[in-house]
Design a binder for this molecule. Sequence first.
Ligand code: NAP
Ligand code: ZN
Length: 348
Amino acid sequence: MTEAKGYAAASATAALGPFTFERRDLGEKDVQFEIEYCGVCHSDLHQVRNEWSGTVYPIVPGHEIVGRVIQVGSGVTKFKTGDLVGVGCLVDSCCACDNCDRGLEQFCRNGATGTYNAKDKRSGGVTYGGYSNQIVVDEHFVLSISDKLPLDAVAPLLCAGITTYSPLRHWKVGKGHKVGVLGLGGLVHMAVKFAASFGAEVTVLSTSPGKEADAIKLGAHHFALTKNPEQVKALANLFDFIIDTVSAPHDYNMYLRMLNTDGVMICVGVPPKPTEITGFNLLNNRRSIAGSSIGGLPETQEMLDYCAEHNIVSDIELIDIANINEAYERMLKGDVKYRFVIDMKTLV
Ligand code: NAP
Ligand code: ZN
């Protein structure tokens, strides 16, 4: 075991603070790397505050992790000391079921292991995430990172990036499609970049009037304020796809009515409470509602390579780890431009 330093929360109401714990000994297929940056996802906040229930404390969050390899096990073939690498939301799966075979490790029949707050099948304990100085992960779950892009701005690609890239690819979104992206935070700012890069016509749907200029700067073609009934009315039956990333309870019906014939509303946001949907909003225009969860390992690597080729990174605010609790409060107010990333050098 090696000692690791990190930041953890001791309960749903406690602030995050310094925490010391242990990483497992390096296994044959393991890669150990020093974490340089870790993005801050709204899922971290949901789980720290037990909004999805079942959080195991202390919790060390963080699943947008990038850094440099310090050691590899004897059986590792993909990486060597000094390589730039990343880890997203998954650190383990059975690697034998049909979904794992298809590169859909997030849907492993035997249960994928989340990067934090998950039962660790190898150590018997609980997984601890990237708000820490180092991590040990099986090479299958480690991604290769290009040195062409700024490393701090790459970190959010490991969750916000793949979570939006994957559904856009799955539903083959591109030229000729009108796409609405809902909730301009970490996920949507990446959805805008990818959807525009794939050739779609992108509208940001937001509750924040102050985000219009940024939406356009990020690559969106239009912006609509969802608190303005006139603007909402003008969007009726318009979109082929809506990607809904909203983290809080909201009226799905209002957005379903914006879908054109055969339109699909793809939900990736996970509000803490269930929602009601009126049947008529689905049967009109033969609409559907769907979901998508992060992405498997091959697609995550494909997304990272696409970003390196097309010069796509996240727009970030780099923070000291001591400011993480303040960052959570700002995230709750929708006040992030557009992803906080922790500079792990500030973990002392
Ligand atoms: P975020 O940065 O906090 O962005 C969420 C945005 O939603 C806010 O910026 C705000 O945008 C909007 N919003 C917030 N409260 C709202 C409300 N009451 N009504 C309408 N809009 C509201 O969060 P994120 O990191 O992008 O994550 C978003 C959600 O996706 C979270 O629930 C997270 O757990 C989930 N997630 C899912 C996956 C997956 O695999 N499916 C992966 C990662 C994250 P405006 O100011 O523009 O309205
Ligand atoms: Zn996330």
